[in-house]
Write a protein that binds this ligand. Structure first.
Ligand code: PRT
Ligand code: ZN
Length: 293
């Protein structure tokens, strides 16, 4: 059923139109039950079942759109939020789009420590953060602002070093550079405008956050089921780092039970061997769509 929406009470959310954050942000929005299509073709997308409209933007523009209240919320890298020094509230860290802003210099060069950078020229797309970092360390540097292909600038003698985003480090190596130190760890953040929201919008933000938290918690958790001798229940309960007491169901075979519980994903592989040694068998692990508390 389609509901008529009043756009003044719809939450407007900024997401990256096309880039490294787009797919994971779209997956997250679909994962929390928000339905929409055609985001590849349109700049503004109405959602079908939640009072949300999406604005598809370049990631650089998102902090300012949220700061100015044109959008109520935004999904964007911490690197952009802090580079723009945006007056917004970071509501959640979302654990994707991870990277770091690092200083890198030619592999065989003499630059090693922060103090070696006195009077040097650094090329970057992040002048605010880079300048702040060196200022805090009492080192004077010259910055050359470049919007892309920063890694090539030392070879072109445009700069002595660079300040750029790194994830695997492959691009630096391919350009004969070594990462010296990181000045910011980044991940995608959910940000909110500091402009006042109507009570209706504020309520929607809270509903939205409940869904995000449920989705995030589910991503980190797995539902596990196993069979075990009833006599081993206490031992198995000791091993399972469960959130709550497990569900225990008697099996047709006497003295055997099925044990169901939810555990943190990263713990599963650590405890699996122990569970087997304690007598558990037929262990099944399933993903969880969402968890609402
Ligand atoms: O068009 P639009 O302005 O929206 O996109 P964009 O081209 O500016 O950004 P995009 O899509 O490349 O990146 C969006 C966001 O992804 C960034 O702002 C970061 O928050 C995050 N992110 C995560 C990264 C990286 N990892 C990353 N590795 N952004 C860029 N890189 C680049 C980096 O600049 C370097 O050129 O990838 C290269 C290095 O990668 P590695 O793996 O070789 O180290
Ligand atoms: Zn960008």
């Amino acid at each position: 059923m389609n509901r008529t929406k009043d756009s003044s009470t719809s939450l407007r959310i900024a997401i990256q139109k096309s880039g490294r954050l787009t797919d994971k942000t779209i997956d997250l929005l679909h994962g929390i039950g928000i339905e929409f299509d055609n985001y590849k073709r349109n700049l503004m997308v109405k959602t079908r079942n939640f009072d949300v409209e999406l604005l598809l933007l370049r990631d650089d523009d998102i902090p300012e759109y949220v700061q100015d209240g044109i959008c109520d919320l935004g999904f964007v890298g911490a690197n952009e939020v802090f580079e723009k020094d945006a007056d917004v509230t970071v509501l959640r860290g979302l654990n994707y789009g991870r990277c770091r802003l690092s200083i890198a210099a030619p592999e065989n060069g003499s630059l090693q420590n922060v103090s070696d950078f006195e009077g040097k020229t650094i090329a970057t797309s992040y002048p605010f953060l880079t300048n702040k970092y060196f200022k805090e360390h009492g080192v004077n540097v010259n910055l050359v602002e470049i919007s892309g292909a920063v890694e090539i600038t030392p070879q072109l003698k445009v700069a002595d070093a660079i300040s750029d985003l790194v994830s695997t480090g492959g691009t630096l190596i391919a350009n004969g550079l070594k990462e010296l130190f990181s000045i910011l760890d980044s991940e995608t953040k959910l940000i909110k405008t500091n402009k006042e929201l109507s009570p209706g919008k504020q309520k929607l933000v809270e509903k939205f956050l409940v869904r995000i938290d449920g989705y995030q918690q589910a991503k980190k958790s797995r539902y596990i089921m196993m069979n075990a001798p009833a006599s081993k229940i206490d031992r198995i309960k000791e091993i399972i780092p469960s959130m709550k007491s497990p569900t225990i169901v008697p099996l047709a075979e006497s003295d055997m039970v099925a044990i169901h519980t939810v555990i943190p994903y990263d713990k599963f592989w650590l405890v699996m061997e122990e569970l087997k040694s304690a007598g558990a068998s037929d262990i099944v692990m399933l993903p969880i769509e969402s968890m609402i508390f």
